[in-house]
Design a protein. Structure first.
Length: 461
C-alpha cells in the first residue's frame, strides 16, 4: 500500500488506473536518463542543506536525507542500486530509494522543488561537464596536430581546390589549418558551458515555490554563477543543450573533413601517408587491404551529430511554455551526440599521432610546376602586366605544356611571350621558390608557418 510520502505514486496522483504497458514504455526515461544520477545526487544534497538552513526542514531530517544520499551514491557507483518496476526516471528512482532508507524524512526532500526545475538543473550540470570534457579532448587533438606540424615543418605538399592541385604548401601549414578549426571549436564549447551559469533549481514547476528558499546558496554549492531570474524560463530553457549540440556539430564536421583527407591521402592513388594499424582494419576477403575505417567513420559520424541538433530544434519548435513532456527528448539526442563526438576526437588524435607521411611522394606531387602557374602570373604582374591579362597568358602557356607533354620549365625561350625572360622563369619555377614566395601573414612560407606554430601553442596554453 502506498504511503503519503511514497514517490512511486506521485506521477499517478491524478490517474487511478495503471498505465498501459506501451504508454509506460513510451513515457519512461530511466533507461537513458540514469546517467544523470551524479548530478541528481549532488543537487539533492545542496537542496537538502538549503532546506535545513532556511528552517524549512529539521536538521535531523537533513541528516537522514544526506545519509541516504550517501548510500544511494554508493549503490549507483557499485551497480547495486535496487531499481524498481515503478521507477519512471532516475529522479523518482533516487527519491524512492532515499525515502526507503530515510523513512518520512525522505519524503521531505522534494519540498520546494519540482521535477521540472530538478531535470533542468541536472541537464545544465551535465552540459557543463560534457562541454568541459570535450574541450579537453579538442585541446589534445589540436596539440597533436601542432606537434605533427612541427615534425613536418618543411615537407612540401600540393594544396588543392576542387580536389585539383592548386598551389604548393607545407604539410605543416595544412595540418595547422585543422588546429585553428579546433581552437574555434573549443571556444564554442566554452560558450556552451557558460550558458549553464544560471541555476534553474528553485523555480518549482513553473511559478516559483511557496517557501523562503535560498537559491543563491544552492547555486554557490553547485558551481552556478547566478540564479535563473525567471521561473518560467528556468524550467523551459534548454538553450544550453542546443548550444552544446551546435558546438558538437561544427566540431564533428571539422573532423569529417580531416577524416576525408586521411582517407584520400592514405589511398594508393595519393600515397601521402600510412595510417597506424591500431586505427585501421583488414578486409574479410581481400588479404592485401588496409582500410581507413576510423577515418571513414569520422565522415559518417558528423551528420549523425548534426541530425541530433536538427531533431532537437524540431522538438523545441513552437513548443508552448512552460514544461512539456516533449522536453524529455533532449536527453537521448544530447547523450548520443556527446558520446559520438568524444569517440571521434579520440580516434582523430590516434590517427594524427600515428600517421606516417611519405615525404618523397608528397614532394613529387608538389613538384609538378603547373601548380606554380600563379607565381608565373605574379611575375608578369611585377613587369606591369594587369593580373587578368597575365592570367590568360599563363593559361595559354599551361595548355601548350600539357598538350606537348612537357612541364612549364621545359618550354623554350622562344615560346615565352615578352616580357618573360627564360632565366627568370626558371628561377620562379624552382619548387622551393614557389613555397617561400607566400610571405603574406598566414601564408605557407616557413617564416609564417613558424609564426603560426608559436601562436597556436600560445593559444593552446
Amino acid at each position: 500500500m502506498s504511503t503519503p510520502h511514497d514517490p512511486a505514486r506521485f506521477s499517478a496522483a491524478r490517474t487511478a488506473a495503471e498505465p498501459d504497458a506501451d504508454f509506460k514504455a513510451l513515457n519512461d526515461s530511466l533507461a537513458f536518463d540514469v546517467r544523470l544520477w551524479p548530478f541528481d545526487v549532488a543537487q539533492s544534497r545542496a537542496h537538502a542543506r538549503m532546506l535545513a538552513a532556511q528552517g524549512i526542514v529539521e536538521e535531523a531530517d537533513r541528516d537522514a536525507i544526506l545519509a541516504a544520499l550517501d548510500r544511494v551514491e554508493t549503490e549507483l557507483q557499485a551497480g547495486s542500486f535496487p531499481f524498481a518496476p515503478g521507477d519512471e526516471d532516475v529522479h523518482m528512482a533516487i527519491e524512492r530509494r532515499v525515502t526507503e532508507l530515510a523513512g518520512p524524512a525522505g519524503g521531505r526532500l522534494h519540498t520546494a522543488r519540482s521535477r521540472n526545475d530538478q531535470v533542468a538543473t541536472d541537464m545544465a550540470l551535465f552540459v557543463r561537464e560534457a562541454a568541459g570534457r570535450a574541450g579537453e579532448l579538442v585541446t589534445d587533438l589540436a596539440t597533436a596536430l601542432v606537434d605533427a606540424a612541427q615534425r613536418h615543418l618543411d615537407w612540401p605538399l600540393p594544396g588543392y581546390t576542387h580536389l585539383q592541385r592548386g598551389q604548393p604548401v607545407y604539410l605543416s601549414h595544412h595540418l595547422l589549418a585543422y588546429a585553428w578549426m579546433l581552437l574555434r571549436d573549443r571556444e564554442r564549447l566554452a560558450f556552451a558551458a557558460d550558458q549553464t551559469r544560471a541555476l534553474p533549481l528553485g523555480a518549482g514547476a513553473l511559478a516559483g515555490v511557496s517557501f523562503a528558499t535560498d537559491r543563491v546558496a544552492v547555486a554557490s554549492e553547485l558551481g552556478f554563477a547566478e540564479v535563473a531570474p525567471n521561473s518560467i524560463d528556468a524550467v523551459s530553457n534548454r538553450d544550453f543543450v542546443l548550444d552544446l549540440l551546435h558546438a558538437a556539430s561544427t566540431c564533428a564536421t571539422h573532423l569529417s573533413r580531416l577524416g576525408a583527407e586521411l582517407v584520400l591521402w592514405s589511398s594508393s592513388e595519393f600515397g601521402f601517408c600510412e595510417l597506424p594499424d591500431a586505427w585501421t582494419s583488414g578486409s574479410s576477403i581481400m588479404p592485401q587491404k588496409k582500410n581507413p575505417d576510423a577515418a571513414e567513420l569520422l565522415r559518417a559520424k558528423a551528420p549523425r551529430v548534426v541530425g541530433h541538433l536538427a531533431a532537437l530544434h524540431g522538438v523545441f519548435h513552437a513548443l508552448p511554455l512552460t514544461y512539456n513532456k516533449d522536453l524529455q527528448e533532449d536527453k537521448e539526442h544530447l547523450f548520443d551526440a556527446v558520446d559520438t563526438l568524444e569517440l571521434c576526437l579520440v580516434a582523430a588524435r590516434g590517427m594524427v599521432e600515428g600517421a606516417r607521411f611519405d615525404r618523397e611522394r608528397m614532394a613529387a606531387a608538389a613538384g609538378d610546376d603547373l601548380i606554380a602557374a600563379t607565381d608565373l602570373a605574379d611575375l608578369l604582374v611585377r613587369h606591369g602586366v594587369p593580373f587578368r591579362e597575365a592570367h590568360g597568358v599563363v593559361a595559354g602557356l599551361a595548355r601548350t605544356a600539357i598538350q606537348s607533354g612537357r612541364t612549364l620549365a621545359q618550354l623554350g625561350p622562344d615560346e615565352l611571350p615578352p616580357p618573360l625572360d627564360h632565366a627568370e622563369v626558371a628561377e620562379i619555377l624552382r619548387p622551393a621558390a614557389w613555397l617561400e614566395s607566400k610571405v603574406s601573414e598566414g601564408g605557407t612560407a616557413l617564416s609564417r608557418v613558424r609564426e603560426q606554430l608559436e601562436c597556436a601553442r600560445a593559444a593552446l596554453a
